[in-house]
Design a protein around this ligand. Sequence first.
Ligand code: NA7
Length: 566
Amino acid sequence: MQSSQVESSEQSLSTGPDYDFVIIGSGVCGLYQLYRLLQLGVRVTALDLNGDVGGTWFRNRYPGCRFDSESYTYAYSFSEELLNEWDWTERFAPQGETLEYLRYVADKFQLRQHIQFNCKVEAAHFDAEQSMWRVRTQDGREITTRFLMTAMGLLSVPTTPRLPGLERFAGEAIHTFYWPSEGLDVKGKRVGVVGTGSTGVQVISTIAKDVGELTVFQRDPNWCAPLHNAPLAKDEMEEIRRNYDAIFEQCFRSPNGFIHRPLREVSTDVSREERLKLWEELYDQPGFGIWLGNYRDTMMDEEANAELSEFIAGKIRSRVQDPAVAEVLIPKDHGFGTKRVPLETKYYEVYNQPNVRLIDVNVEPITEVTETGVRITTPAGTEDIELDVLVFATGFDAVTGAFDRIDFVGDHGVRLREKWADGPTTYMGVQVTDFPNLLTCVGPQSGSVAANFPRGIEDIVAWMTDFCQYLIDHDIVRVEPTAEAEARWLDHVADINSKVLMSKTRSWFNGHNVNLDRDDRPRHMIYTGGAVRYRGILADEAAAGYPNFAMTSAKELTATPQATSV
Ligand code: NA7
């Protein structure tokens, strides 16, 4: 455990650029990476387009926003002092509390002075001659840095459907990501919500009791399970604090960084009665146990998954009074847990309220937005639904979206946007060939992003920091993975992903949500091999002296004339 002061040590990096490291983003990952780099004594700054730290937790202020990880597993584990000082007040903390936590971390470790807020990066071009990145910001500045790190979040570029007529809607139309900090009054209003992923489910369950009328526009239903949130009493928090070492150890050993881990047994090891008994217990427990703490085969074997899905379908039928509505809420296109499971609080009961209507847009699509609401096509013709507020909980251009909106140009004029047009390629999710000195902390195909986020982040930041120390120690001014290593990693990711049922469903995990009109091929956005395996691969690379990276020292660079910069 370290002290709260970030101490500088003497380091040697050839000077030239304004900074040794620039980090884009100051959310959960960017903050911790900044803290660790400051400890190395390098010249580093973080750029954030928001007005404060927090990333996801700064932006998402919609009603009901909270994480589905147990609060105490969402904390940074690197500082005992911080763990002792911070009390979580609920099992699953709401957005406001998490944002307060991240602000507290920034203040405690004096990180703010190293962050430039309201600073949007528009372009980043690699200057091969100087072996550095030229980062252009929206306010017209150029910042140069030897190494450029991305910590831009997985879900930071929201997508809103292009509905004809949206601009003429006289009411309030808003994507959940842009929910105003002062709130939006929905009391007594006619509200439409498009989208029933994790976000839609949280919004719908939270506002249903306050609105006048609620219309939910659902495309594909999701399998949801109860969150079972509750306040955390002071003595419970004390108990948690005493057990932090064991809790983090448990997360460390689990494939997804949660306290839940798959059982050793497969479902056929036990009788049907035993399976049902366990599922009843898991359904009544807080958090992801029913998804991530289940029989090993339920997420890999279609038959095992089908039986579990039928169990959850039974729960939905028992909670929704109208059998026809229940059927619309039960997914038919994928099994339980093969997409990210939204955790809910009385979500299904919302559909028993007389002022709530569920519309399956596969059957009754929204054809246009009118001045007063939306027009849907029904089997009988068209119907106008009057609305005061139209909420889009329609998700994100996930994982690669944040990269696409910056004009990253690497060596020989290669554009990242073009290189990744058919899906991302990386080496271990940490670097991309042709993009020397670009280090991706939260990027595609990284194992750390498919985990309970802070746990995955601590893994990757630890590895990245050691990698940076190595670069400093060896006076490396240019580093990129070999093309062979990148090709091998893509094969490995594809192979691993093909073994899980998740790869067969259509969601942001495989890029399907934004590539629908382009083609049907999955993109390998994330690595599903699990945090334990991923950590092992990273460790092997480091222990072997980073053999899959081509490195050039300052001395070698001066001796070798480089191509002209872009
Ligand atoms: P998701 O999980 O991508 O969900 C988006 C939802 O919006 C999903 O139900 C989509 O239906 C729906 N959607 C998207 N476009 C449309 C249109 N045009 N019409 C109707 N419905 C639409 O995003 P979330 O924000 O809920 O959650 C993202 C992550 O945040 C989540 O995984 C957690 O990690 C936290 P579809 O399923 O595509 O048919």
